[in-house]
Ligand binder design. Structure first.
Ligand code: ACM
Length: 519
């Protein structure tokens, strides 16, 4: 048996002698205890069966209660365990105990990967012949190193249908990633339906550039789509973090409602990339009310704890041309545009805090003082994350130049697709979220995420090529309690790639070598 059959690497594996045979059509029995809704646990077990079917042709039958000793796979919850922790015991049957529904999912993924170790030619046919999956007996005790193990997907620059998002969530969940940061709003498209502001999606979701047969390019997610995605993610241990970008990157919103922008400026949904000067007029009370209304709908749609407010790359100069801005600053004793900007982000963050949620912003939110309840996603350089941690913020360390931007090329080669930079698999393997962070601040680094901007990514298969295996390697760093890229980390990844192939993942195959200009 290979020690490396589970990826990310688990905390502890104790091998037992022998193999357990799991027949196709086996029951997966869920014991509901400690008040956790049975339907939710059942949905998680069914999500496992769906993924195992896709990967292996395995058919599992989910039951709500273990009745017979013969049920080969049994799941239960132990509320005393940490929420994301699990125990997986494979002996004469499979006993899985999770600290929560998430812990159960992570155990099931580990178990699926062990089932995948049955060589392809020995696996049961989908039609269900009696041969079985042979799984090595063992005891696994596992829990993650970091609590924030994420990926951001930009759905503004290109719009990805719900089916593509679900596939992405499946592949994240297969790596025990737990945060889907959904970038829903940017210059080139507003993607979330807001009933009180219908023009956001009637106008703001469509652009005339890259038009298809003369029709505008675009699309948006309805409340029903969001509910579907949020529930799908929750079954798989993933929380969805919506991002409503402000006050920059707001051209699509302003094409719909120019009254929330700088007076006298013309707007349309841009068809070019980059930083635009179409920014929200942060000094207008009606702009503030607009954002509060949008956030109120976001709170209703997204049950998760975290709300991302963007906050990056906002030019302030456009405000200077509006007499209303100067008037507002004089009346409120605001000395400069930076303070004005910071005041707006602070007020919006406070609105999120008052709703009982946690606001997050890109690291520019620290350019002016902002309360420490706001978490900071450090994307420019790790130093911005270190400064935020020292100032008392919790930090998601996801620097663009150091291992976390997967829209960048995999290799510095003209034939590779990618945008703006290079980030090799090796660069990801060498990255650690606490690099350069003084040890007394390590506990403020909550984790990391792989960010995928989609100016040049149009389709789901291309997205997979950009995401994997870079996101696999990041997931290993964030979960495993070891960081061994130059030891056996690369060997473990090679074994894992064969498993990704079972899921027909169109991953970048290599070479992986380090990009000399980074770091
Ligand atoms: C960013 O990449 N502008 C957060």
């Amino acid at each position: 048996m290979s020690e490396y059959m589970i990826y990310p690497y688990p905390k502890l594996i104790v091998p037992r002698p022998g193999m357990l045979s799991i027949k196709n059509g086996s029951t997966v029995a869920v014991d509901a205890i400690n008040g956790v809704a049975t339907d939710e646990l059942k949905a998680t077990a069914q999500a496992f069966c769906a993924l195992a079917h896709e990967a292996l042709g395995f058919r599992g039958e989910v039951k709500t209660r273990a009745e017979k000793d013969s049920d080969p796979i049994r799941l239960s919850i132990d509320g005393m365990m940490k929420a994301e922790a699990y125990r997986l015991d494979i002996d004469d049957r499979v006993t899985i105990i999770g600290g929560s529904r998430s812990g159960l999912w992570f155990a099931l993924v580990s178990f699926l990967q062990l089932m995948q170790s049955t060589p392809r030619h020995e696996r049961p046919a989908v039609a269900g012949e009696p041969r079985a999956f042979l799984v090595p007996k063992m005891n696994v005790i596992d829990e993650p190193r970091y609590k924030w193990r994420g990926s951001m997907l930009d759905c503004s620059r290109h719009f990805f249908p719900v089916a593509v998002i679900k596939r992405y969530l499946d592949l994240m969940a297969y790596h025990k990633l737990n945060v889907f940061h959904w970038h829903l709003v940017d210059d080139q498209g507003w993607r979330l339906e807001i009933p009180n502001y219908p023009k956001l999606t009637e106008i703001g979701a469509w652009r005339l550039g890259d038009s298809l047969n003369g029709r505008p390019y675009g699309g948006f997610y309805t409340a029903a789509d969001v509910g579907d995605i949020v529930a799908y993610a929750a079954c798989r241990g993933i929380t969805v973090v919506p991002e409503i970008e402000m006050p920059g990157h707001s051209a699509a919103a302003l094409a719909a409602y120019p009254e929330f922008g700088v007076a006298g400026v013309e707007h349309s949904v841009p068809t070019t990339w980059g930083i635009h000067d179409k920014v929200l007029a942060v000094y207008k009370s009606e702009t503030e009310q607009f954002i509060k209304d949008v956030l109120t709908e976001v709170f209703r749609l997204f049950p998760g704890k975290y709300i991302h407010l963007g906050g990056d790359e906002c030019p302030r100069e456009p405000w200077q041309s509006d007499p209303a801005c100067a008037r507002f600053m004089a009346e409120n004793d605001i000395p400069d545009l930076k303070t004005l900007h910071g005041r707006f982000m602070t007020r919006m963050s406070q609105f999120v805090v008052d709703a009982g949620k946690v606001p997050i912003g890109w690291d520019e939110v620290c350019d002016a003082p902002i309360p420490t309840e706001t978490w900071v996603a450090a994307w420019r350089r790790p130093e911005f994350g270190v400064a935020a941690a020292k100032a008392g913020h919790s930090v998601v360390m996801c620097p663009s130049r150091v291992g976390c931007y997967y829209d960048y090329k995999n290799l510095d080669d003209p034939s590779e697709p990618g945008n703006l930079g290079v980030c090799t698999v090796d660069d990801v393997g060498l990255f650690d979220p606490t690099d350069g962070v003084p040890s007394e601040f390590h506990d403020r680094i909550v984790g990391s995420q792989g960010n995928i901007w989609t100016e040049r990514i149009e389709f789901g298969r291309h997205l997979e090529y950009m995401a994997f295996p870079r996101l696999s390697v990041l997931a290993d760093t964030l979960w495993a309690n070891r960081h061994d890229w130059n030891g056996v980390g690369q060997t473990r990844l090679t074994g894992h790639l064969a498993k990704l192939a079972d899921l027909t993942v169109r991953y970048y195959p290599g070479p992986w070598e380090r990009h000399a200009d980074n770091g």
